[in-house]
Design a protein around this ligand. Structure first.
Ligand code: G1P
Length: 288
């Protein structure tokens, strides 16, 4: 049973400057909803109600977003805007959200080690706070299903073009089924020559508590940071690790072009925007 999720959201967001100079990249909106709300929703839709968000300096607006705002609520009630009221209340009631601050930005692996006390002794999901995945079955749920089968670490992966492997953690292993692999290689941001495949870690993990010991043994790696991928490689020597090729479309919001595409695709799914936005896109496309 996976009951807890950890959402690392402490990073600087340097790829999205200047927008992220004074606001967290996780709070960038896709239309009207901050990215991190989609991430929390994925965890909730996968049956998880206890969420630990790893924050850091300058990330307070994340806490405010999921908190109650009495003044705003009473203003909305006065105006009798029922739909909006329901929407706002939904955010506050989504899950039990806890926060811990990563004191220094020493990498994703270091961020996860802050979850040690909260997740002591039980497996937990990790969802990167700047990545949303659009899918019929929530990706975390897809992974929980694999965890329930093997009771071991599960890593979400997706195929990326070979020339992009150096942007990701890359895995290699033996096929167990069409979508599942037993892993024997994990390399953080390898060169094309080093990469064992073009299967990239997609920002979702189910980790066993043994990860915390592995993290303690993990030396600084790529970018002089404690990398989660390196800790997983240590763990792979002691226990089996599985990957699942996700069914869904991943959007990396830290990347500006991906952000623009995500906004357009999500807007096209909304009834209120579908027609006017398609007309607009067709019109500008015809002029390019
Ligand atoms: C992190 C992980 C990497 C993974 C990626 C997915 O890298 O370290 O293994 O492939 O997320 O988005 P980052 O993008 O934080 O550099």
């Amino acid at each position: 049973m996976i009951k807890k999720a950890v959402i690392p959201a402490a990073g600087f967001g340097t790829r999205f400057l200047p927008a992220t100079k004074a606001q967290p990249k996780e709070m960038l909106p896709i239309i009207d909803t901050p990215v991190i709300q989609y991430v929390v929703q994925e965890a909730v839709d996968s049956g998880i109600e206890d969420i630990l968000i790893i924050t850091g300096r300058g990330k307070r607006s994340i806490e405010d977003h999921f908190d109650k705002n009495f003044e705003l609520e009473s203003r909305i009630i006065e105006k009798e805007e029922e739909a909006l009221y329901t929407q706002i209340r939904h955010i506050e009631d989504m899950a039990n959200i806890h926060y811990i601050r990563q004191k220094e930005l020493n990498g994703l692996g270091d961020a996860i080690s802050y979850a040690k006390d909260h997740c002591a002794g039980e497996p937990f999901a990790v969802l990167l706070g700047d990545t949303i995945i659009d899918s019929v079955i929530p990706v975390t749920q897809q992974m929980i299903d694999v965890y329930n089968q093997f009771q071991q670490t599960v890593i979400a992966v997706e195929t990326v073009p070979r020339d992009k492997v150096s942007r990701y953690g890359i895995v290699g292993g033996e096929k167990v089924s069409d979508t599942i692999m037993k892993l024997d290689q994990l390399i953080e941001k390898p060169s094309i020559q080093e990469a064992p495949s073009n299967l990239a870690i997609a920002g979702r993990y189910i980790l066993t508590p043994q990860i915390f010991d592995a993290l303690e043994k993990t030396a600084r790696g790529k970018g002089n940071e404690i990398q989660l991928t390196d800790a997983l490689r240590i763990l792979q020597k002691q226990e089996s690790l599985y990957s699942i090729t996700i069914e869904g479309k991943r959007y990396d919001i830290g990347n500006k072009l991906d952000y623009i595409k995500t906004t357009i695709e999500y807007a096209l799914k909304r009834d209120e925007f579908k027609k006017p936005l398609s007309d607009f896109i067709k019109d500008i496309a015809s002029k390019i």
